[in-house]
Design a protein around this ligand. Structure first.
Ligand code: C2E
Ligand code: CA
Ligand code: CA
Length: 401
């Protein structure tokens, strides 16, 4: 099957260059030097759009907005002669608007980079939701009743992703991540039902179920001599509940677990929304001995102020920076600075989204405390954790030499 792409750049020379490369790779290629002409093109039939950012009339950012508003499902490859920061912002903007972005190229175009990105085009199934573009979520997939039932029937289960201590590569904890085991539709990732749970007021019930199941697993591992910390994701909405600290303390005590082994993760961007109650709740959680982690650190606003006001014990560097640390000097600087900031504030720093050994080594050099990511392990059901823990030390010894 032929894949079709459209190249949009006000410089005809660039259009033709990309066209040549893509045709050599057997793509069907159309070109245009004016983004505003795309209005008349049927982009529904396109598999990808390779587009410049700086263009007269309609620029790349406007084009992104137009494509998003018109439900474009073609994957985007962005190009720009501007610095990589502008490209990264445009990429994020496009993803936030629900578009699929394969990657970005800085001009002058490196032919190998272009070929690599074009190779990705056939791999995208445009009819499926792309996992990292949360806003593409089709909420109409499920009804509130269906989700209510799923929560009460225990169809939503925690899976666990290992966290590793970088200094000695020890397996020290897990993050609990919600999975909906739908009887008909199969496994549904959290990005597709957490927003609905938040909007419909089901989130507290869902979180309670996640916490209870997670603590039960932790207690079970403990009886098998595997002591692990556990991190639970809390929606900012749940932090408005003043009864949360006592409730959580009660659960932990009932399981004979220690509060300081339980981390409450809240996303940075969300903490401020319910500031009055959440400050109260977070402070009391801390007083009861729980750890507090600021998730997706670096993506929200007024981080510094929140760090001062709220007794967080951990910074979790957002995976968007970690994944780009080797290829993008700005992302690398943010990672290094965040680790340094955490150290100065006597907080533990964890990097998420570690996908290769090189990134792990970079973080180790920076003296980041912990890592989590596909390079170590993907999230897994609770009944696989004991086996993973047995296997891990021999794998880890391969990395420590
Ligand atoms: P998060 O808290 O930032 O969790 C990390 C996400 O990144 C997880 O996706 C995890 O599977 C994924 N991940 C971990 N390592 C890597 C890696 O190396 N590469 C890549 N590409 N991805 C990696 P997941 O499980 O789909 O969860 C998505 C988000 O849903 C979470 O982001 C969290 O915000 C939310 N979520 C999950 N479970 C719960 C929950 O029980 N309650 C609430 N309120 N939110 C939850
Ligand atoms: Ca998290
Ligand atoms: Ca995160």
């Amino acid at each position: 099957m032929t894949r079709s792409i459209l190249v949009v750049d006000d410089e005809l020379g660039i259009c033709e260059f990309v066209q040549d490369v893509a045709q050599d790779m057997s793509f069907d290629v159309a070109i245009t030097t004016s983004a505003s002409e795309i209005v008349s093109v049927q982009f529904d039939a396109l598999d990808a759009i390779v587009m410049d950012l700086s263009m007269p009339n309609m620029d790349g950012i406007e084009l992104i907005r137009y494509l998003a508003e018109n439900g474009c499902s073609a994957a985007l490859i962005l190009m720009s002669g501007l610095d990589s920061g502008v490209l990264a912002t445009a990429e994020r903007l496009a993803r936030d608007r629900g578009l699929t972005v394969l990657g970005a190229i800085t001009k002058p175009i490196d032919i190998l980079t272009l070929e690599k990105l074009l190779e990705l085009v056939p791999l995208i199934d445009r009819h499926q939701e792309v996992s990292n573009s949360g806003s593409m979520v089709d909420k109409s997939d499920f009804s509130v009743q269906e989700l209510t039932q799923a929560v009460s029937q225990g169809q939503i289960k925690p899976w666990f992703q290992p966290r590793i201590n970088l200094a000695d590569m020890a397996f020290v904890g897990v993050e609990a991540l919600a999975r909906w085991q739908h009887p008909v539709k199969g496994m549904i990732p959290p990005d597709r039902f957490i927003p609905l749970a938040e909007e419909s007021g089901l989130i507290d019930e869902l979180t309670v179920s996640m916490v209870e199941q997670s603590l039960a697993e932790v207690a079970r591992w403990q009886t098998e001599n595997l002591t692990l910390d556990v991190s639970i994701n809390y929606s900012a909405l749940s932090l408005a509940d003043l009864g949360l600290p006592d409730y959580l303390a009660g659960l932990v005590a009932a399981r004979d677990l220690k509060a300081d082994r339980v981390t409450v993760e809240v996303t940075e961007s969300s903490v401020l929304t319910e500031i009055q109650n959440s400050l109260d709740v977070l402070t009391r959680l801390r007083m009861k001995g729980f750890q507090l982690s600021i998730d997706d650190f670096g993506t929200g606003f007024s981080s510094m102020q929140q760090l001062q006001n709220i007794p967080f014990t951990e910074l979790k560097i957002d995976q968007s920076f970690v994944k780009r640390a080797l290829s993008d000097k700005d992302a690398k600087a943010i990672v290094e600075t965040t680790v340094d900031l955490g150290r100065r504030l006597v907080m533990s720093v964890i990097a998420e989204g570690v996908e290769d050994l090189e990134t792990l080594e970079l973080l180790k050099n920076y003296q980041c405390n912990q890592v989590q990511g596909y390079f170590i392990a993907k999230p897994m059901p609770g009944n696989q954790i004991l086996e993973w823990a047995t296997m891990w030390p021999s794998v880890a010894s391969g990395y420590t030499g």
